[in-house]
Every structure is written in C-alpha cells, then in structure tokens.
Design a protein around this ligand. Structure first.
Ligand code: HEC
Ligand code: HEC
Ligand code: HEC
Ligand code: HEC
Ligand code: HEC
Ligand code: HEC
Ligand code: HEC
Ligand code: HEC
Ligand code: HEC
Ligand code: HEC
Length: 326
C-alpha cells in the first residue's frame, strides 16, 4: 500500500519534471532533486546498466547507492539526483550530452562549477566541515567538489595514502617539498594534507584545519603548547616562521639552519656571554668576539639554548632562567 503510494508520487514528479524541462526550467528541477526533497525521476539504474555497467556497479557499492543510507541519492532519485532526468538520453540511445544529460564531473565542461557544486551542497552544505566552502580559496578559484572527489571510481582523497596524488595535480611546489630529506611522513600515508588543511575552507590562513597554524600543529605536537614559564614569542605566534611543515633540506623541518635562522631576528652575541654565565663546554681562551660561538659549535645556538620552544626553568638563583638554556 505504502510502496504503491510512493511510486505514484514518483510518476507524478516525473511528469512535472518533463513539464519544467519543456519550460526550460530543468536546472530548477534538478535543484529540487539535489536538495533531497523528492523521490525518483527518470529511468532506474538497471536501465542505465545496459550501457554503463561499471558506473552503475561502483555506484551500487558506494555509500551514495545504498538504500540504507537514508539521506543519500539512492532514496532521492538515484542517478537523476546528479545527472538529471535521463529519459530522453535513454530514448536517444545515449551519448555525451545527449538528451540533456548532465555531468557534474570535475573534468566535464558542460556545467559551471557552481552548478555542479549546488548538486552536492544540496545534501552536504550542513555539518561543520564545509561551513566555510563559500568564499574559500578553492571555491573562488572555480574548483568543483568533483575536482577532488569521484563518484564512480575509488575516491582517492578519502584515503591518506592516495590523497596527495590528487592535490599534487595542482600543487607542484608542495610535491617538491614533500619529497625533501626532512619531511612529515606524508608519502607513507601517516600524515595527510587534510590533517593540517581543510580543503573545503576554514577561517584560518592557508586553509588551516584549526583556527590557526599553532592550533593545527598542537593536534599532534601537544607538548609544544606549553604552558611555558619562559615563552619564545615566535613559537606561540606561528610554527611556520621557523618550520616548513611540508619538507625542507634542513634538519627538523627548519626553513633555514641555525645560526642563520636565529640571526634573522637576533644579533649574534659573543662567546663571553656564555663564559660569564658559566655555561659548560666553553673555554675563555677560545671564545671571544662575535663569531666564535657559531664557528666552534656545530649546532650553534641550540647547544646552549636547548629549550627553543619555551623554557620552564623556575630558578630564582640562576642568573638567566629566561634564556631557554635548560
Ligand atoms: C543505450 C545505451 C545507453 C543507456 C541506456 C544510457 N546511456 Fe548514458 N551514455 C551512453 C553513451 C554511448 C554515452 C557517451 C559515452 C562516451 O562518449 O564516453 C553516455 C553518456 C552518459 C553520461 C556522460 C554524459 C556527458 O555528457 O559526459 C552520463 C552521465 C550518462 N550517460 C548517464 C546515464 C544514465 C543516468 C542512464 C540511465 C538513466 C544512462 N546514461 C543510460 C549510452 C547510454
Ligand atoms: C552523487 C552524484 C551522482 C550520482 C547519484 C550518480 N552519478 Fe554518475 N557521475 C557523477 C559524477 C561526479 C561523475 C563524473 C565522474 C566521476 O566522478 O566518477 C559521473 C559520471 C558518470 C558517467 C560518465 C562516466 C565517465 O567516465 O565520465 C556515467 C555514465 C554516469 N555517471 C552514470 C551514472 C549512473 C548510471 C548513475 C545511477 C546508477 C549515476 N551515474 C549516479 C555523479 C553521480
Ligand atoms: C541526495 C543527497 C546527496 C547528494 C546529492 C550527494 N551526496 Fe554525498 N553523501 C550523502 C550522504 C547521506 C552520505 C553519507 C555520509 C553522510 O551522512 O554525510 C554521503 C557521502 C559522501 C561522501 C563520503 C563517502 C565515503 O565513502 O565516506 C562524499 C565524499 C560525498 N558524499 C561527496 C559528494 C559529492 C562530491 C556530491 C556531488 C557530486 C554528493 N556527495 C552528492 C548524500 C548526498
Ligand atoms: C581540494 C579538494 C577538495 C574539494 C574541492 C572538495 N573536497 Fe571534499 N574532501 C576532500 C578531502 C581531502 C577529504 C578527506 C578529508 C576530510 O575528511 O576532510 C574530503 C572529504 C569529504 C567528505 C567526507 C567527509 C565529510 O566531511 O563528511 C564529503 C562529504 C565531502 N568531502 C564533500 C565535498 C563537497 C560537497 C565538496 C564541494 C562543495 C567538496 N567535498 C570539495 C577534498 C576536497
Ligand atoms: C584543480 C586544482 C587543485 C586541486 C586538485 C587542489 N587545489 Fe589547492 N588550490 C588550488 C588553487 C588554484 C589555489 C589558489 C592558490 C594557488 O594558485 O596556488 C589553491 C590553494 C590551496 C591552498 C592555499 C590556500 C590559501 O588560502 O592560502 C591550500 C592549503 C591548498 N590549496 C590545499 C590543497 C589540498 C590539501 C588539496 C588536495 C586535497 C588541493 N589543494 C587540491 C587548486 C587546487
Ligand atoms: C603538518 C601540517 C601540514 C601538512 C601535512 C600539509 N600542510 Fe600545507 N601548509 C601547512 C602550513 C602551516 C602552511 C602555511 C605555511 C606558510 O605560509 O609558510 C601550508 C601551506 C600550504 C599551501 C599554500 C602555500 C602558499 O605558498 O601559500 C599549499 C598549497 C599547501 N600547504 C598544500 C599542501 C598539500 C598539497 C599537502 C599534502 C601533500 C599539504 N599541504 C600538507 C601545513 C601542512
Ligand atoms: C596528524 C599529526 C601531525 C600534525 C597535525 C603535525 N605533525 Fe609534525 N609530525 C607528525 C609526525 C607523525 C612526525 C614524524 C615523527 C617521527 O618521524 O618520529 C612529525 C614530525 C615533525 C617535525 C620533525 C621532528 C623531527 O624529529 O625531525 C617537526 C618539526 C614537526 N613535525 C612540526 C610540525 C608543525 C610545525 C606542524 C603544524 C604546521 C605539525 N608538525 C603538525 C605528526 C603531525
Ligand atoms: C623560533 C623558531 C621556531 C619556532 C617558531 C618553532 N620551532 Fe620547532 N624547532 C625549532 C628548532 C631550532 C628545532 C630543532 C631543535 C633541536 O634540534 O634541538 C625545532 C624542532 C622541532 C621539533 C622536533 C624536535 C622536538 O623538539 O620535538 C618539533 C616537533 C617542533 N619543532 C615543532 C614545533 C611546533 C609545533 C611549533 C609551533 C607551536 C614550533 N616547532 C615552532 C625552532 C622553532
Ligand atoms: C622570527 C623571529 C625570531 C626567530 C627566527 C628567533 N627568535 Fe628568539 N626571540 C624572538 C623574540 C621576538 C623574542 C622575545 C624577546 C625579545 O623581545 O627580544 C625572542 C627571544 C629569544 C631568547 C630569550 C631572550 C630574551 O631576551 O628573553 C633567546 C635566548 C632566543 N630568542 C634565542 C633564539 C634562537 C637560539 C633562535 C634560533 C633557533 C631564535 N631565537 C629564533 C624572535 C625570534
Ligand atoms: C655557549 C653557549 C651559548 C651559545 C652557543 C649561544 N648562546 Fe645565546 N646566550 C647564552 C647565555 C649564557 C645567555 C645569557 C646571557 C646573559 O645572561 O646576559 C645568552 C643569551 C642570549 C640572548 C638574550 C641576550 C641577548 O644578547 O639578546 C639571545 C637572544 C641569544 N642568547 C641568542 C643566541 C643565538 C641567536 C645564538 C646562536 C647564534 C646563541 N645565542 C648562541 C649562551 C649561548
């Protein structure tokens, strides 16, 4: 009884769609279906399978094709949810663009990016992850959801190991960086681009997954958050002042090796400073003048300033607890 009622409703809608199509309002009709507000319009997947066996098979196995996925396309018009009513397409025996068939694929030029996206956003606008899609870098550069996502083949961006391939299509510089000697284990699939970036948009700069760079890094490097008694200002501000998280030629993902890194902001001090304070490994004779420290100590500044991300020396008697020496 219930099923019959539903199918009669579907027929009615199909009729309505044809009517709208004739009036040149097919786009509007698609919008209604995309919003997931109605049931099937157009031939069932079994009809399409005659000519599109692989596309139908993958769809049926995917989350979109499952009836159990109540808010999914399988309960909102099947193929027509994304491709429009394919009645004319089937009648004409198929073909690219034939019968007004729509293709929201990333590589297809038959629809504008925003029209492609409207189909997906009809169901995916909600949820915290895509709140900032509108106005985001990828949206304003004319990318479609389907620039990254595929519906009828394995969706590479959803798997950490294969995700970078998709991004590298456009981000050649990051491909180079990620292949450098010191890098996050991105190519191994242990860290993904999307661990740090939200490609759907964010309020942080550079599409940061969290509100800021530091908060994004704290997800995995919590110990760098502190709180520290003696804070090193740039560390609290933005890790990428010193690190390039994609990859570098310098140890520890540093953009530049110390002492040069440090010299960008600090004037080198002479070796006598350390001597006066009784630092280990420093002999008065060998170290005088500005350059001696850097030349004689391989890691330069870090040999003494070991707590570069912030120090917790509580000493009241130590003369210089604030200098991140230990
Ligand atoms: C009689 C065979 C046949 C049937 C049935 C058929 N198609 Fe097609 N369809 C084709 C052919 C041929 C193409 C062109 C393929 C190509 O050029 O790569 C095509 C292309 C498409 C495209 C790509 C359009 C484009 O412009 O890029 C979509 C989407 C599509 N069909 C959807 C469907 C859907 C949905 C159904 C079922 C409701 C369906 N087709 C039924 C033969 C058919
Ligand atoms: C959730 C949206 C969505 C649904 C539902 C959907 N498709 Fe697609 N379809 C796409 C997108 C996006 C593409 C572009 C290629 C891709 O992403 O894999 C596409 C491409 C196609 C193509 C062209 C294949 C190619 O290589 O470009 C065919 C044929 C097709 N779909 C048939 C179907 C059929 C038949 C159904 C129903 C069984 C269906 N689609 C359901 C989104 C959808
Ligand atoms: C009729 C509603 C509807 C439409 C239209 C739709 N989706 Fe979905 N999609 C869903 C639902 C429901 C899920 C299941 C997960 C969820 O609840 O968010 C889902 C899941 C997904 C997933 C996760 C897949 C996985 O294996 O985990 C991706 C990616 C996705 N959709 C992308 C898209 C894209 C891209 C489009 C447009 C081409 C689109 N969807 C169109 C309803 C829809
Ligand atoms: C620049 C590439 C890119 C674009 C463009 C893109 N996505 Fe994604 N999407 C991803 C990546 C990477 C993931 C997996 C990481 C994650 O979950 O954030 C993902 C995950 C998803 C998921 C599954 C996880 C979830 O959030 O529920 C859905 C659904 C989704 N995207 C929908 C969309 C829609 C809708 C659009 C267009 C408005 C879109 N995506 C545009 C890259 C992209
Ligand atoms: C089809 C091309 C394309 C793909 C694929 C793509 N992007 Fe982009 N992305 C762009 C464009 C265009 C920009 C704008 C800046 C530019 O020209 O480099 C951009 C910018 C960015 C930015 C900087 C944003 C900002 O506001 O500073 C990040 C981060 C980014 N993309 C990450 C990703 C990730 C992660 C992926 C894979 C999940 C990805 N992109 C896939 C085209 C793409
Ligand atoms: C560990 C965190 C992290 C990972 C993983 C990561 N990024 Fe980034 N990415 C950042 C940070 C932080 C910035 C901002 C850096 C800056 O401005 O110096 C950034 C900037 C970018 C930019 C903008 C660059 C510019 O010059 O504006 C692009 C594009 C980008 N990342 C793409 C990617 C891609 C593609 C991947 C995966 C292969 C990836 N990122 C992985 C943290 C990360
Ligand atoms: C998803 C988790 C994750 C996030 C987010 C993350 N990292 Fe990492 N980071 C790792 C892993 C895993 C390693 C490799 C550790 C290893 O090899 O032992 C690593 C290594 C590093 C190293 C090099 C350590 C060494 O011993 O050479 C630095 C520096 C670093 N991360 C900085 C950052 C910065 C800066 C950010 C934010 C832009 C960030 N990380 C975000 C997981 C993460
Ligand atoms: C002022 C420059 C600077 C800033 C800013 C900075 N770091 Fe570092 N970081 C370094 C230096 C220098 C090293 C190498 C330390 C060593 O070799 O003893 C390092 C090493 C690391 C390491 C690997 C060794 C370790 O101590 O675990 C991680 C992880 C790391 N930094 C994460 C971060 C995170 C996360 C941020 C932001 C919250 C950040 N860094 C900000 C300079 C900086
Ligand atoms: C982006 C600029 C920048 C870089 C790069 C940088 N620092 Fe700093 N550092 C600061 C600022 C700002 C302070 C806060 C104290 C001040 O105002 O002089 C500071 C404080 C310090 C202090 C404590 C001195 C004091 O007066 O409290 C030491 C020690 C120090 N930095 C060492 C280093 C070392 C070693 C490196 C290289 C690994 C380094 N810094 C890299 C900006 C930087
Ligand atoms: C041999 C140990 C040692 C080395 C190597 C060393 N420092 Fe220091 N540094 C000290 C000591 C000890 C102090 C505290 C001086 C004081 O009490 O006035 C200090 C103080 C500082 C200060 C705060 C006072 C000032 O002069 O502004 C900065 C900034 C600083 N060092 C940066 C650096 C940088 C950058 C390097 C590498 C080029 C470096 N240090 C190498 C031991 C060292």
């Amino acid at each position: 009884m219930r099923a019959m009622h539903a199918s009669r409703f579907a027929l009615g809608l199909g009729e309505l769609f044809k009517c709208l199509g004739r009036l040149g309002l097919a786009g509007l009709a698609l919008g209604i279906v995309g919003a997931g507000s109605a049931t099937a319009a157009g031939p069932a997947p079994e009809v399409c399978a005659n000519c599109h066996e692989a596309a139908v098979a993958y769809y049926k196995g995917s989350i979109h094709g499952q009836k159990g996925n109540l808010r999914g396309p399988a309960n909102a018009g099947e193929c027509s949810t994304c491709h429009g009513d394919a009645t004319e397409h089937v009648k004409a025996g198929g073909g690219k663009g034939v019968g007004g068939i729509k293709n929201p694929g990333g590589k297809s030029a038959s629809m504008a990016a925003d029209d492609k996206n409207a189909i997906c956003l009809g169901c995916h606008a909600g949820g915290s992850k895509r709140t900032h899609w509108e106005g985001s870098t990828h949206q304003t550069r004319g990318n479609a959801c389907t620039t990254c996502h595929t519906m009828h083949t394995q969706d590479k961006v959803l798997t950490k190991l294969t995700q970078p391939e998709v991004c590298f299509n456009c981000h050649k510089q990051q491909r180079i960086e990620v292949n450098r000697a010191f890098r996050h284990p991105i190519l191994e699939g242990k860290v993904a681009c999307s661990d740090c970036h939200n490609p759907h948009g964010s309020i942080g700069r550079a599409l940061m997954k969290r509100d800021s760079v530091v908060d994004t890094c704290y997800q995995c490097h919590a110990e760098k958050r502190g709180p520290f008694v003696h804070v090193h200002e740039p560390v609290n501000e933005d890790c990428s002042i010193c690190h390039n998280p994609h990859g570098t030629v310098a140890d520890s993902l540093l953009k530049t090796r110390p002492p040069f890194l440090c010299h960008q902001c600090h004037t080198p001090h002479g070796g006598t400073i350390a001597t006066l304070r009784g630092q280990p490994g420093v002999t008065t004779g060998a170290l005088t003048g500005k350059h001696s420290i850097n030349l004689t100590q391989a890691r330069g500044c870090l040999n003494c300033h070991t707590q570069i991300h912030g120090g917790n020396n509580p000493s009241l008697t130590h003369p210089t607890p604030q200098f991140m020496l230990r």
